[in-house]
Design a protein around this ligand. Structure first.
Ligand code: C2E
Ligand code: MG
Ligand code: MG
Length: 707
């Protein structure tokens, strides 16, 4: 195709492909003058094709892109390499927009750069999605009130300000009475409407500087400047109680609620945000114990002692759990959405209480965390999970990644990297099979300290996962600053992904962005087939949830593995079987190893022992990704893939080569014949991840859109 005249029909097709492409395309000559732009470019910049031809891209300059970005851009493309990056440009109407660019130098027959080919992507939509995520992670999406994290930040700031200016604060912890019964009898949707109605009324009562937040399900917090308990201001609390107890009309019925309210004052009942909230909560518990529909102050409620006793009991009992062999781990399977196979197990802690039976972690971990007892418990979890992984291997089961939840305190104050290293050694488990689940709270505050610990953990070779994504700050900055391998989308987003368009677009945008950062995504709390299909359609990598299995004791988990239980996707929505991978290698052993690796990923795998055989296969069926050996008799990988590039330009081509062949390979990359190369021997995990990326790129090429 490179020699001789290009057939007019093909030229016409190229022209149509560019003109009708939704992606803005521009071609400039070596001096930067625009010689071609497509209509999409016109739409994005606001300039007409006429105005753009002959101009230079400087016409779009906003002065907002740092100069070093341009320096890097020019240095790269003048060397004949492709540049990828982001610029802040200005449309004709003056509006700024962020643009992702991929600029590829075009060479003539003698290898001289003559033109530059630019593919652009308007990033405004991506930015909006990021802002939406930030919003949803600071505000509760049901009531629009600040969520717990956001409230805590506010509370800390307010206490600081009150201390500096000698002012006083009142913190109210408001918990609706018998709301669970309401939820059960009216259904979750009606209960949600009730919460919204009450939140709206409370919003109407707060003054400008007061802060109202939703802490959790039926719990609100209200921070008031000055003391609402002073005589003369008690009406504030009275108004709150009235607002809650006034009936709400729902579906022709009148529902009326009451609340238990705990109050704490600053100064006096706490010296910082945490202790103040603890005092208010303790008072709320007392109000609840007294039958609800009342207000209690942490000091003037003598029965607050009762609460203290049970906490003391809990502490004593918890301190002994590890010695008494009362801790258990259950394991919940994690499933690959490409192959349907079980690829991992998350270890989840249970307390086998002598009287109370199996106690879920939510009932004791927050307390254990608060009191520091969590550190020995967390160490036990790390060791027990590794021991279990070893036991499964010894039973002849395939290696799985084991997810271990880390406590914030263990991360910060325990000698975590040492604990992990010794647990791995004791059980002879490969580090890459262990995935530590962190939450964002681990990384907040002292980020530099956290980075040091994360680096030490990474140097052991373990994987890191960011748990509960979407509920905390969900800052994308964490993803790039911390060497995290995977993010876990929280179940609160998954729950209504098929019914709530906002959450659906957030999940979708999150998956796309996380993939762009080269990391993988798992969704937790998947309970229905609809949720599963949504996630598969949007290219989520893995899932975990009751739809497949609840967390199970180790024995039952092993039985499930032995039975070969998996998700059967049946007729694949979105034509998953269209993911076809062609493997080319003249060594049968290598071909077999690769086939095994990729069949587990759920691709249709074709294989060929030579370039000629591969070209035959390509003529018979559509293939998206090709992985070829470089050193083959007759025709080598680079030559083969260069031909494929001309014949099937949409394919994604990857070469496997030895080190000695690198220069041939990089040359081919520069000519656009191949996308990436891998050196032999390869790392299975890396290669698998790269091929996933290649299929994503192929999907983008096929639809002309960017993920
Ligand atoms: P997590 O790490 O986000 O774990 C997921 C929780 O969701 C688990 O609750 C799991 O049983 C539950 N879950 C899984 N699939 C579904 C589903 O389809 N629907 C619903 N409704 N729930 C589902 P669990 O076991 O009660 O654990 C709660 C939390 O306790 C965990 O949240 C984690 O933060 C903490 N935790 C558990 N084990 C440990 C541990 O060993 N150490 C530490 N520090 N925390 C732990
Ligand atoms: Mg977890
Ligand atoms: Mg989670």
């Amino acid at each position: 195709m490179s020699e001789g005249a290009i057939p007019p029909e093909l030229l016409r097709l190229f022209h149509l492909a560019a003109e009708q492409n939704e992606t803005p395309i521009a071609i400039t000559d070596r001096s930067g003058r625009i010689v071609y732009v497509n209509p999409a470019e016109e739409r994005v910049t606001g300039y007409s094709v006429k105005e753009l031809i002959g101009a230079t891209p400087r016409i779009l300059k906003s002065g907002q892109t740092p100069p070093e970005v341009y320096r890097d851009l020019w240095a790269t493309i003048l060397e004949g390499r492709t540049w990828e990056g982001e610029l802040i440009n200005r449309r004709k109407d003056g509006e700024l927009y962020e643009e992702g660019l991929r600029i590829t130098p075009l060479c003539d027959e003698t290898g001289h750069v003559t033109h530059f080919f630019t593919l652009a992507q308007d990033l405004s939509a991506r930015r909006e999605a990021a802002m939406k995520i930030e919003y949803l992670s600071t505000f509760d999406h049901l009531t629009g009130l600040p969520n717990r994290d956001h409230f805590m930040t506010n509370l800390v700031d307010s206490v600081r300000e009150a201390a500096a200016h000698g002012r006083r604060l009142t913190l109210l912890h408001i918990d609706l009475d018998r709301f669970k019964a309401c939820n059960d009898s009216l259904g979750a949707t009606v209960a949600d409407r009730l919460l919204v109605a009450i939140a709206e009324r409370l919003k109407g009562l707060v003054r400008r500087d007061d802060v109202l937040a939703r802490l959790a399900g039926d719990e609100f917090a209200l921070l008031l400047w000055d003391t609402a308990l002073d005589p003369g201001r008690t009406d504030a609390i009275g108004r709150i109680r009235n607002a809650i107890s006034e009936p709400v009309g729902i579906d022709g019925k009148e529902v009326s609620l009451t609340a238990s309210i705990g109050a704490a004052l600053y100064p006096g009942d706490g010296h910082d945000g945490d202790s103040l909230l603890r005092s208010a909560s303790a008072a709320m518990v007392v109000a609840k114990k007294e039958g609800g529909d009342t207000v209690r102050h942490s000091k003037d409620a003598p029965s607050a002692q009762a609460g203290m006793v049970s906490r003391f009991d809990l502490a004593t009992q918890l301190r002994r759990v590890a010695d008494r062999d009362e801790l258990r781990l259950h394991f919940q399977p994690q499933i690959s959405l490409a192959s349907g196979e079980i690829v991992g197990a998350e270890a989840l802690l249970r307390w086998q209480h002598p009287e109370k039976g199996l106690v879920p972690p939510g009932h004791f971990i927050p307390f254990a965390e608060e009191t520091g007892i969590i550190v020995p418990i967390s160490e036990w979890v790390v060791r027990a999970a590794c021991r279990q992984a070893r036991a499964w291997l010894d039973e002849g089961l395939p290696p799985l990644k084991i997810g271990i939840n880390l406590s914030v305190r263990h991360f910060r104050y325990g000698d975590l990297p040492d604990t992990i290293a010794s647990a791995l050694a004791e059980s002879a488990i490969e580090a890459r099979h262990v995935e530590l689940e962190l939450t964002e709270s681990v990384m907040m505050h002292d980020a530099a300290g956290a980075i040091r610990i994360v680096d030490r953990l990474k140097s052991l070779g373990v994987r890191l996962s960011l748990d509960d994504f979407g509920t905390g700050y969900s800052s994308l900055a964490y993803l790039s600053r911390f060497a995290i391998d995977q993010i876990k989308i929280d179940q609160s987003f998954v729950r209504d992904v098929t019914t709530n368009p906002v959450n659906a677009s957030i999940v979708n945008a999150t998956i796309a962005m996380v993939h762009q950062l080269g990391k993988s995504v798992i969704a937790e709390g998947v309970e229905t087939e609809g949720q599963l299909n949504f996630l598969r359609r949007h290219d989520c990598d893995e899932m975990q949830g009751y739809y497949f299995s609840k967390p199970l004791p180790a024995g039952e988990f092993a039985a499930m593995l032995r039975d070969g239980r998996r998700l059967d996707f049946g007729a694949r929505p979105g034509g998953e079987s269209s993911k076809t991978l062609l493997l080319v290698d003249d060594e049968p052993n290598i071909l077999n190893a690769l086939k095994r690796l990729f069949r587990r990923e759920g691709y249709r795998v074709l294989s060929a022992g030579s370039a000629a055989e591969a070209l035959d296969l390509l003529a018979l069926q559509p293939v998206q990704v090709i992985l070829s050996d470089q050193r083959m008799p007759e025709m080598g990988g680079v030559e083969f893939l260069s031909r494929v590039k001309d014949l099937y330009p949409d394919t994604i081509r990857i070469v496997l080569s030895g080190y000695s062949e690198i220069s041939t390979v990089t040359d081919a990359i520069n000519r656009g014949a191949i996308w990436k190369y891998f050196t032999k021997p390869w790392d299975d995990d890396d290669l698998r991840e790269e091929i996933r990326r290649a299929f994503r790129a192929a999907a983008v090429a096929a639809t002309g859109t960017t993920p």
